[in-house]
Each structure stands twice: as structure tokens, then as C-alpha cells.
Design a protein around this ligand. Structure first.
Ligand SMILES: Nc1ncnc2c1ncn2[C@@H]1O[C@H](COP(=O)(O)OP(=O)(O)OP(=O)(O)O)[C@@H](O)[C@H]1O
Length: 283
């Protein structure tokens, strides 16, 4: 049984004539990291909102098709239960912060407070999360006085603190510098090891290539490609659909085309190039 299934989803925002999501079906398996990518405005955030139930709960509009979470129709969950199963970190961390807590420490504890986690367990979890996200120097600061990147880290940390089985991260690194971006991807790796299912909206395909199991490519509200990272991110069709390929893959695809050879085995990451050269004794 897939942990998330969308079955023939069509969706139109309120007062819009044009449909945003068209005949979309997908299955996501427990414990995998999925990279949801595609051009701007192709519908990625909308899909996340459908999976989390914010559409049609908050956004209304016309939604048809079925959303199944852990084999059960999303309409059969109560809102509280769904919130503990699916954690959602928004594209804009400002939206995510509660606005009612004065320190980063309290902000991270806030979600647990709301669901009645015992105090001793809560303190233990906040300490663990602070360490995981390297927030030690920020715990006494007001969340709204942080930089954009710091807010983003705190927002994601608050989601992870609730220990949801499914974690949706909508462009989690959009405001982060390269070092903090790598750190977030390392945390994603760790969460995968803990058995979490992660849906990651991200434009940085080089990082998706290194950390995801599968890629879902969206174009104009349709799922146009889905498959293992190796298969999708070495396929030049991705670019035709408005997506991007890793820089390394682009270089090797160009080289393969010039030599008239197959593009199916191109490396996607610098590490793969290194491993390949190492095997041949060239480094
Ligand atoms: N609340 C809304 N009401 C009406 N239309 C909306 C609303 N939110 C998004 N849209 C439209 O739906 C389409 C898909 O938007 P969405 O934000 O899902 O795309 P995206 O792929 O996440 O974009 P980006 O990469 O730029 O964040 C866009 O045309 C957008 O203008």
C-alpha cells in the first residue's frame, strides 16, 4: 500500500476559469524521498496543498478525484490527526511562524504544546531538534527578528519536531546559503533513515540528484514524468517540459551526443564523476 495516492485529481481555484491541476495520479511509497520539480507556476505548491488537505479545506475551489493517505480517504481523517501525520513547511517561512511565541525555543515547542505532549518529552525533543538544526545560538531570539534563512531553518525544525510520518517541504532552501542548504539536505537524509516519507519541492536539481529516490516532474498542472532519479535526470525531455537537468548531466549528455553514444548512463553528480574516474584509475 502506498503511503500517499492521488487518483485522477482535477482542481480549479475559486473564481478561476482555467483548471490548475489536470488528471493527476501518483503513488508515493513510505520511506522514500521524492523531488517534486518543474517550471514556475506549474502547480507544485497546489499539489502539496491537495496532499495536506488545505485544498479544499482552506482554499475551496473545485476538486475532483481521490486523495488517499495511508490507504484511507483524506476526507475520513479529522484535521488534528492529519496534522500529526503530515508535516508541511511552507515556501515562505514567515507564513509558518506562529506569531505567538517570543523565542525560537518556544516556537519549536509550540506544536507539541498544542497536541499535549508531556513537558519532559517536549524538552527532550526540543533539545534534540535544536542540535539537529544547529540552532543553539538562536534559541533565545525572537523568531521574527531572525534573517530569512534562519527563519526558514526554524520553520522546518518546528515541523520536524512534531515527528510526522510524511514531511512536505516546499522550497526549503530558497533563502539559504550553500552551506545551510547542504545542512538541510543532510537532515533530509537523516529523516529518510528514520523512515520518513519526504516530498520536496525544489528547483536545485543538482541536490535532488544527490539526495532523492525519485523525481516527479510537473508541467502545466500535469505529472509528465515520474521515476528513479537516474532515469529522469538524465533525460533531455525534462528540459522540453520546462524542468532542469543537473549541470554534470548536461555536460555528459552533450558529450555523449557529440560521440553518438547513449545518454542513459550519464553521471548526475560530481561524486558519480569522481567514482567513475576513480574506478578507471584516472584520479
Ligand atoms: N490562491 C490561488 N488562487 C488562484 N490561482 C492560484 C492560487 N495559487 C496559485 N494559483 C495559480 O495556480 C498555478 C500554479 O501555482 P503553484 O503555486 O501551485 O505553482 P508552483 O509550481 O508551486 O510555482 P512556483 O515554482 O513559482 O512556486 C499558477 O498559475 C498560480 O498563479
Amino acid at each position: 500500500m502506498s503511503i500517499i495516492s492521488l487518483i485522477n485529481i482535477n482542481y480549479t481555484y475559486p473564481l478561476e476559469e482555467k483548471q490548475t491541476i489536470h488528471s493527476l495520479s501518483l503513488d508515493l511509497e513510505k520511506g522514500c524521498v521524492y523531488g517534486l520539480t518543474g517550471a514556475n507556476e506549474s502547480g507544485k505548491t497546489t499539489i502539496c496543498n491537495i496532499i495536506r488537505g488545505f485544498i479544499p479545506e482552506l482554499y475551496k475551489g473545485e476538486l475532483t478525484g481521490e486523495v488517499m493517505i495511508k490507504g484511507k480517504n483524506i476526507n475520513d481523517y479529522n484535521i488534528g490527526d492529519l496534522a500529526t501525520i503530515i508535516g508541511y513547511s511552507f515556501q515562505n517561512p514567515f507564513t509558518q511562524l506562529s506569531g505567538v511565541k517570543d523565542t525560537v525555543y518556544e516556537e519549536i515547542a509550540y506544536g507539541m504544546e498544542n497536541i499535549g505532549v508531556p513537558r519532559s518529552k517536549m524538552i527532550q525533543k526540543v533539545d534534540e531538534i535544536v542540535k539537529m538544526f544547529q540552532l543553539e545560538d538562536l534559541i533565545d531570539k525572537n523568531p521574527f527578528e531572525l534573517s530569512g534563512g534562519q527563519k526558514q531553518r526554524v520553520a522546518i525544525a518546528s515541523v520536524v519536531a512534531l515527528d510526522p510520518e510524511i514531511i512536505i517541504l516546499d522550497e526549503p532552501t530558497s533563502q539559504l546559503d550553500p552551506k545551510s542548504t547542504e545542512d538541510i539536505f543532510e537532515i533530509i537524509q537523516l529523516l529518510k533513515k528514520q523512515g520518513k516519507t519526504i516530498l520536496l519541492v525544489e528547483h536545485k536539481v543538482d541536490l535532488l540528484a544527490a539526495y532523492c529516490d525519485e523525481i516527479l516532474l510537473i508541467s502545466r498542472g500535469e505529472l509528465v514524468m515520474q521515476g528513479p532519479v537516474k532515469e529522469i535526470l538524465s533525460n533531455p525531455k525534462v528540459v522540453e517540459y520546462g524542468g532542469q537537468l543537473p549541470q554534470v548531466a548536461l555536460y555528459f549528455i552533450k558529450k555523449a551526443k557529440a560521440n553518438g553514444s547513449s545518454v542513459s548512463q550519464v553521471p548526475l553528480t560530481v561524486q558519480e564523476v569522481y567514482d567513475h574516474l576513480n574506478k578507471d584509475g584516472e584520479v
